[in-house]
Write a protein that binds this ligand. Sequence first.
Ligand code: NAD
Length: 467
Amino acid sequence: MPTTRPRRASAGRDRRFAVVDPATGEAFDEAPDQHPDTLDALVERAHTAWRSWRADRAARTTALLAAADAVEAAGAALAPLLTREQGKPLAESSAEVARTAARLRYYAELDQGAQPITDGRPVRSEVRWRSLGPVAAIVPWNFPLQLASAKFAPALAAGNTVILKPSPYTPLATRLLGDVVARALPEGVLTIVTGHEPLGARLAAHPGIRHVTFTGSAPTGRAVAAGAAASLARVTLELGGNDAAVLLEDVDVERIADRLFWAAFRNCGQVCMAVKRVYAPARLYSQVVEALAHRARTAVVGPGLDPATHLGPLNNAAQLSRVERCTAQALAAGARAAAGGRRPGLPGYFFAPTVLADVPPDSPVVTEEQFGPVLPVLPYDSVDDAVEAANATRYALGGSVWSADPERAEAVAERLECGTAWINHHAELSLAQPFAGTKESGVGVAGGPWGLRGNLRPFVVHRLEET
Ligand code: NAD
């Protein structure tokens, strides 16, 4: 069995760790394993850079637009490196690079002007938005570049400086992205640090950091929030999800099956807002299971660098074990694998796309976030039952309702406890919309103007007008 976490390749102050290609399970490169003590000087440098970076919005716009162009120009190097360490098909890596550049452009040009407040009294108040200081950004391995830019683009546009730590499973493309972006910015404005814990914990708890913005699992999110409590830095947490797709009985199964399937299986199911449970009316149950199972059986599984591949490997051995474990638990409890259910005969961290029928509703594959290419399909008798089951989770990130009648679907979607409810699709986001979970899916808001505001503080000038 391959290692469950990246190995340290050498000891001493200049340590490095191995980076594994999930399509082979073999190490193919190394990254610096930075000592947490190095953070003091980097945070100090970020603080110094902040003093001038925050002062000139027009200069920031110019620099961030140049950074976006540079990211696009570096796509031919970034995308294959991302696929090599993350596993996703090359076309998805290229789309991730494009989205990274688009997000830089979006925030470079987003207005953050002052807001006058009037209440009829002879005073003039104005809210002028101010930056916070050095921001710590910590991201996971499923969308390394896209999530990195979701942190640093609004933080930098707001006038903050950023220290960003990628997952040790995917440090390389982020380091390259950091080099490309940082070349367009003044020194110390964006810094990438890589390494094992306690590097992230020390970064989150560093007294010089004024905002900790974290994406990852709920348990780590709790640790990050506890660490940041020491300095009372602002905390934004984007955590896990267990999104349900509720199909209504008028749905045209064949018409929606491709969209539904890929909303669950894209990036090998390693998407926080992927469809992780499907609720189908009892009358359509067999048809829905078979439509999804057919697509799972015919999807091409292979290395992400092979242009024929639809589904790459899972990112790491620990994730593969988790997916294998929760699938085995469901099968042992009486579920049936309508497709997949096991590892295919390939090296690396592959798992066959799996559709599970007849799953006990209390199976961990239903109640927890499986974060892999495994989809349980559950029957329901009444829409009320389906809504209750969809909401019976400690997560509340997204959800969707699928129907031939979008008005009716929207009325059902209104009853879902989540941050985003989709109708007849799932996991689609515009750069301009807010993205926020509730319950254990997160704290704070990312995306659109809300993401910018999350990196700013209101500064009010309250002036008495002589009468
Ligand atoms: P994780 O919580 O294990 O790790 C996330 C990051 O935190 C990594 O960079 C990791 O090195 C770092 N880290 C680990 N321990 C830390 C500590 N004590 N202090 C500070 N940092 C620490 O998550 P993961 O397994 O890398 O990612 C998968 C999870 O991310 C899933 O739960 C998924 O739903 C979630 N996710 C959420 C969103 C969202 O926007 N809501 C997006 C993508 C992924």
